[in-house]
Each structure stands twice: as structure tokens, then as C-alpha cells.
Design a protein around this ligand. Structure first.
Ligand SMILES: NC(=O)c1ccc[n+]([C@@H]2O[C@H](COP(=O)([O-])OP(=O)(O)OC[C@H]3O[C@@H](n4cnc5c(N)ncnc54)[C@H](O)[C@@H]3O)[C@@H](O)[C@H]2O)c1
Ligand SMILES: [Zn+2]
Length: 682
């Protein structure tokens, strides 16, 4: 019996450590905050009953985050703690009782604020100047991210008025909802993976090495704490007023509450209305107003006793499942989608939710006509979490999964051990062909700017293109004024925009320009299975022209260094297909690069790196990263991604992580500065 409890505690501890790591270090999450909090409470309870099994590294008695090695570590003057949290209003009444008992008086009041969903930050000001910004880290010490925080426009770097000589402010760095939405629209246009939610994006952005990229991300910050000596902030609301007066961004949503009933009214007031705010919020924070009272109540190891957060449960709604439709992705993967009676959820009207795959449908035993529960967690599209069996119609039929591709009619396949069904018709299934065109124009391949997936999709629909080669037959007239419709997956809302003259011109020019893209980019762009960017480079380097690659035998290809049988077979198969031969012929006729061109300038470079492995790290003044890599290759070197015993040279730019440098030194790698490198090129 006791061993099973120990196992349970161990398992929960490990799980929570795993989720903390993802959340704070990787800025992603696999489970919802609610699930996380439930697990944490469960562990707390078990540890209380069986303190003998509580582990030293238990997440119940420490702040969840840690520091990273890529920034300077800085100790906080006052610890940065977490907040106790609850999802229940009864708990708030208990909290109020504890406060009352702790203070021994009824003469206290609360300030309620919204709980902004971002990343906590501490900022020091000295002599009226922003001196240092540090993340919460493990609560005791955090990462110094001053340069990144300086890019936040609403944050004063200095003051026009008199301010105290030294003080610390704390608040939440966040990405406004509209900035997040725009960023995702841009990523979608560029064919990049969408970001899951504003919190994780803000957290990832704050830890970027290059602050010019951070600046583009347009983070914002609300301040809610003022610390320091002799500032005259005897109450929490006086702190907020001082911050406002000095020009800090304070959310105007805070409110004084005399009783816990008032607090609950505040919670109810904001439950729906918070969705109209420019920032995501996940609850409210209740703080005892008087600083003297706060000091009297004090702290636990993890959080203040004078504050608590009430978190709103991620909203669920019930809706009727009208139909299950199936979408074919760019890779041929099939996703079942629930079509629902429109329902209000977290501020938007939802009429679709993801059902993931056949296993999920089976697990839920979900049927058309059922009433289902829909939830919006951190994901982009809501999900179905269950079926209300009480409302199931008597004549309902189990769902049989689709067996033919809804786009091209081909029989679907499911690979051994995989949950997802695929359409195997890679060459003629429309979404898959579109996917190939998107791959061709993508940044890593031909890097054709101004042309996004939505434009490609529209051109396909209008039969203006049906494959890669048709891109080069497009004219200005074909794209000018093109009406593009974008549908929001969850809400079904359609946004329309038309391509303006200037954009049309840019598109045609970008296509023309792409004719200069190097042969290896064309080769990679063709989308031959297993031929990634590096393989394409190797094949181009070895065979020099497309003709010699096409006529090469399996043996000749497999003999190329680092090319395996699977790749060789795939290349042979690809070029044996007459349709692909025609594609190559058309691209050649259009004027694309079908052979390696030796750049005279780089061909003359001294071969200092012949047969050497070189790693590039940090930021450079005179060279772009790709440019630097090309130069190294032109000088005979191989570029590797990380430092190992095999690394001969490390070219170290600015802002390089100290851990990397240390590792290189330990391994005896020769370290070159940008200036050293430059000298070697001449
Ligand atoms: N989904 C996951 O995998 C996962 C993993 C780890 C943590 N989490 C979530 O993170 C929470 C734990 O994080 P935590 O320890 O930072 O606690 P917390 O986020 O619940 O509360 C403390 C934080 O609230 C923030 N905050 C926002 N508005 C505030 C305001 N007005 N006043 C004061 N603080 C404000 C501050 O950043 C502060 O550090 C968990 O409850 C869980 O929901 C989720
Ligand atoms: Zn198909």
C-alpha cells in the first residue's frame, strides 16, 4: 500500500517537474493550467498525509521557474514569489477568515487586480534611469534581460519629473492580443508554424538573444508593484498611483474592495468582460491594501499570506455536433473537425473544434447529433472534451471514420502505430500539391517573398496555377486585384482582402528574382522525399548539374558521402516519373538555375578551413549568419551546429552564451573573433 503512495508521489513530482521545465524554460505547455494546478494540489495533499515521501526537489515548496545559462544571473533584493491560487470562491472566504484572524481586526481592505497572463519582471531604477531588468527565475535569482526589456515602448527609460533616487518596480511583460494575432497572420503568410498563445510567446521572446528581434515583437508591460525605502507608499493603491504618476503603464482595472463579497462581485464583473481587454488574463489577484498589514501577515516559503489569486476555469460550453468534416493537410494528414451549433466561448463565437484523429473519436465515442463539451485551453482551435450522454438521441449511430480522401477520392492509409490517417496521392491530391508549392516558395527553399500560402490557395482555386512550374507563367494581371478570403478555423468568420497593385508588382518581381536562386535551393524546393536542405547541398555539390543528377544511377548517388540508400532510391524514383521530368524541363525553360555556379569571388578564397569543422555562434557586425556559413564553406570548411570534440574552430560573435564559450575552451577548440575571421578571408 505505502509503496504505491510513494510511487504516486514520485510520479506526480516527476510529471510536475517536467511541466515546469516546459513552461518556464521552453515556453510551451502540454497540459492546461487547470490540469497543472489540480496535479499540484493533489501532490500537496499526498505530501501532507505522507511527509516521509516528500522529495527535496518537490515543486510544492518552491517557485516553479529556474534561471538559464544564456543570461547573467542576478540575485533579487526582495524574493520574487509565486501566488497561492484557487478556482473556488469558498476558498476566498477561507482566505478572508485567515487574514482577519492574522490581523486580529476587521479594519482592513483589499485591492483587486486582474491577473495578467505574461511573465513576471523586476526592474531597477537608479538616479532616474532604467538600470536593470531581471526575470523571476527561481524566485531568489533570475536572468538579466535588461536589453530586451528596454525595447518595451511603454516603459520609461528615464523621467521628466523628479523621482526617488532608487526604487524597484515589478509587473508583467505580455504580448497584447492584437500583436499576437498579427504575428500569427504574418507567420501563416510565410508558411511558418503558428504560435500557441500570447503568454508562451511573450516568455519565449523575453529570452531571445537578439534584442532587435525582441523590439519587432512589440511586447508591453503592466506594472503592479513598487518597492524601496522611504517612498511613501503605505498602501498598495498608493503604490499604483505613484507608478501612474511617474508615467508607468498601470492597468486601470484595479479596484478597492472593503469586503470579500465585494471581491466576489469584482470577480463576477470581470469574468466575461476581461475578454475585451487588450491583454490575456487568467484570473484576478486579491491583495491586502495596507503595507503594514502585509508585513504583519508575512510569507510562506512560496507565496505571500496577504495575497491570493482566483483563477477562472478555462471556459467550457455545450453545443450540438452537427457534423464531422475532414480536412486534408499539406502533408496529406487527415484531421477530423467537429462542426457545431455556434456557441459563445471565451469571448468568441465558436462553431468548430478539433477532433484530432480516429482514436480520439473512438475514445469519446462521439456521434453526430450528440451534445458535446467544448473547451478553449491554450490552443488555437478549441477541443471537444466530452459528450453529454444524457442528451444522446436514441437513434444515434456510432461514427465510422472516413475511408476515402475528401479532396481526391483516394483510399486513405494509416501507418503502423500511427494515430493519423493519410491520403497517399502525393502528386495529385490538391492540398498536397499546394503544400509542394508552399514548400517551394518557403524561406528555406526558394525564399520567394510577397507570395504567401493564402495567395497560392486562391490561385489554385481559380485554376491559375496547378503546380510549381505554373508560378513562372503568372503575370501581373493574374494577381493584381486578386480577392483573398481567409477563414478563421474556430469561428468560421471570413476576412476578405484584395491584392493591391504594388503587392502584385512585388510578387512578380520576386518570382523573377528567384530565377537567380542557387541550384541547391531549386533542388531542395522540388520537395523530393528525404531530400532536406543539407542533402540538396551535397547532391548539388557532387553532381554539379541537374542533368547529371537525373542520369545518375542508384549506385552513383549512394556513393556520395553521407547519402544513404533511402535517399538515393527516393531521388531515382522522383526523376523516373515523367511528370517530374516535365516539371524540371519547364523550370529550366523558365530560366531557373539548374547547375552550380561558382562565384568567382568566393572561389578565390584561401582554404584555411579545408576539412575542418567550424561552429558559428553569437551576433556579428559585418556578416549575416548565412553569409558567414557560405564563406566558411567556400574556404573549405564544414559548418556544424553545436560544439563537440570534433569542432576545430569556433567563430564567436557578440552576445554569445558563456556556457558555450566555456565548453569550447575546455575542449581546446580554436576560438576566433569576428576580426580574426575577417583577417583570414584576405
Ligand atoms: N500548463 C503547464 O504545463 C504549466 C506549468 C507550470 C506552471 N503553469 C501555470 O503557472 C502557474 C504557476 O505559476 P506561478 O508560480 O507564476 O504563479 P501564478 O502565475 O499563478 O502567480 C504568480 C504570478 O502572477 C503574475 N501576475 C499577473 N498579474 C498579477 C498582478 N496583478 N499582481 C501580482 N502578480 C500578477 C506574476 O507574474 C506572478 O509572478 C500555475 O498555477 C499554472 O497555472 C502551467
Ligand atoms: Zn487526397
Amino acid at each position: 500500500m505505502s509503496s504505491t503512495i510513494k510511487d504516486k508521489i514520485d510520479k506526480l513530482t516527476d510529471e510536475l517537474i517536467h511541466h515546469n521545465h516546459l513552461y518556464y524554460q521552453e515556453s510551451t505547455s502540454e497540459i492546461s493550467d487547470f490540469e497543472f494546478d489540480q496535479k499540484l494540489k493533489q501532490l500537496e495533499q499526498l505530501e501532507k498525509e505522507h511527509p516521509e515521501y516528500k522529495r527535496d526537489d518537490s515543486p510544492t515548496h518552491r517557485v516553479g521557474g529556474t534561471i538559464t545559462k544564456s543570461f547573467n544571473t542576478v540575485y533579487h533584493k526582495y524574493p520574487m514569489l509565486s501566488l497561492g491560487n484557487t478556482y473556488s470562491k469558498e476558498d476566498l472566504v477561507d482566505f478572508d477568515k485567515r487574514v482577519q484572524k492574522g490581523l486580529g481586526t476587521l479594519d482592513y481592505e483589499y485591492i483587486c487586480e486582474l491577473k495578467f497572463d505574461g511573465v513576471a519582471i523586476s526592474i531597477l531604477y537608479e538616479n532616474g534611469i532604467l538600470k536593470q531588468a531581471v526575470t523571476r527565475g527561481d524566485g531568489e535569482k533570475g536572468d538579466e534581460v535588461t536589453n530586451n526589456v528596454r525595447t518595451i515602448r511603454s516603459l520609461p527609460l528615464s523621467f521628466r519629473q523628479e523621482v526617488p533616487k532608487a526604487f524597484e518596480v515589478r509587473g508583467e511583460v505580455f504580448m497584447p492580443k492584437d500583436v499576437f494575432a498579427n504575428l500569427n497572420t504574418e507567420r501563416e503568410k510565410a508558411g511558418e508554424a503558428l504560435l500557441a498563445n500570447p503568454r508562451n510567446t511573450a516568455s519565449g521572446t523575453l529570452k531571445m538573444q537578439d534584442s532587435s528581434v525582441v523590439a519587432e515583437r512589440k511586447l508591453d508591460c503592466y506594472l503592479y508593484t513598487l518597492l524601496g525605502e522611504g517612498l511613501g507608499n503605505e498602501n498598495h493603491d498608493t503604490s499604483l498611483q505613484l507608478l501612474e504618476k511617474w508615467g508607468f503603464n498601470v492597468s486601470p482595472t484595479y479596484q478597492k474592495c472593503a469586503t470579500i463579497e465585494d471581491v466576489i462581485a469584482y470577480i463576477n464583473h470581470w469574468e466575461q468582460k476581461r475578454h475585451e481587454l487588450p491583454v490575456e488574463t487568467d484570473g484576478i489577484v486579491i491583495k491586502v491594501n495596507r503595507v503594514e498589514h502585509q508585513q504583519e501577515l508575512g510569507f510562506t516559503a512560496k507565496s505571500p499570506r496577504w495575497a491570493i489569486s482566483y483563477k477562472y476555469k478555462s471556459e467550457a460550453a455545450e453545443s450540438k455536433l452537427l457534423n464531422i468534416t475532414y480536412q486534408v493537410g499539406r502533408t496529406g494528414a487527415i484531421t477530423p473537425v467537429a462542426e457545431l451549433t455556434p456557441v459563445q466561448l471565451a469571448g468568441t463565437t465558436v462553431k468548430r473544434a478539433s477532433l484530432h484523429n480516429a482514436n480520439e473519436i473512438e475514445r469519446l465515442d462521439i456521434r453526430v447529433g450528440d451534445f458535446v463539451f467544448v473547451e478553449k485551453g491554450g490552443e488555437i482551435i478549441p477541443k471537444i472534451t466530452g459528450v453529454n450522454l444524457d442528451k444522446r438521441p436514441k437513434d444515434s449511430q456510432p461514427t465510422t471514420y472516413l475511408n476515402k480522401c475528401p479532396e481526391c477520392g483516394t483510399e486513405l492509409v494509416r501507418k503502423e502505430g500511427e494515430a493519423v490517417h493519410y491520403c497517399p496521392n502525393v502528386d495529385a491530391c490538391p492540398p498536397q500539391v499546394m503544400g509542394r508549392v508552399e514548400h517551394f516558395i518557403s524561406r528555406n527553399a526558394m525564399d520567394i517573398q510577397h507570395l504567401g500560402p493564402k495567395t497560392i490557395e486562391t490561385l489554385f482555386k481559380l485554376n491559375k496555377i496547378s503546380g510549381i512550374a505554373d508560378l513562372y507563367d503568372l503575370t501581373f494581371e493574374d494577381v493584381n486585384g486578386l480577392l483573398i478570403e481567409e477563414e478563421d478555423l474556430a469561428t468560421g468568420k471570413v476576412k476578405k482582402r484584395s491584392i493591391k497593385e504594388k503587392s502584385a508588382q512585388n510578387m512578380i518581381e520576386a518570382l523573377q528574382e528567384s530565377k537567380n536562386a542557387p541550384f541547391e535551393s531549386v533542388l531542395f524546393g522540388l520537395g523530393i522525399r528525404y531530400v532536406g536542405k543539407t542533402v540538396a547541398e551535397k547532391l548539388a555539390e557532387h553532381f554539379k548539374t541537374i542533368d547529371s543528377l537525373i542520369s545518375a544511377s542508384f549506385d552513383e548517388i549512394v556513393n556520395v558521402h553521407e547519402i544513404g540508400e533511402r535517399i538515393a532510391q527516393s531521388v531515382v524514383d522522383f526523376f523516373t516519373n515523367p511528370e517530374h521530368q516535365e516539371l524540371v524541363a519547364r523550370l529550366k525553360a523558365a530560366g531557373l538555375q539548374m547547375e552550380v555556379t561558382v562565384n568567382e569571388q568566393t572561389a578565390a578564397l584561401p582554404q584555411h578551413f579545408a576539412d575542418k569543422t567550424v561552429v558559428v555562434s553569437g551576433v556579428f557586425n559585418e556578416y549575416g549568419r548565412e553569409e558567414l556559413k557560405d564563406l566558411i564553406k567556400a574556404m573549405g570548411g564544414k559548418v556544424a551546429g553545436s560544439i563537440s570534440g570534433k569542432t576545430d574552430f569556433l567563430i564567436a560573435g557578440e552576445n554569445m552564451g558563456p556556457a558555450k564559450l566555456e565548453k569550447a575552451e575546455k575542449l581546446g577548440t580554436t576560438i576566433l573573433s569576428e576580426a580574426d575571421f575577417k583577417a583570414m578571408t584576405s
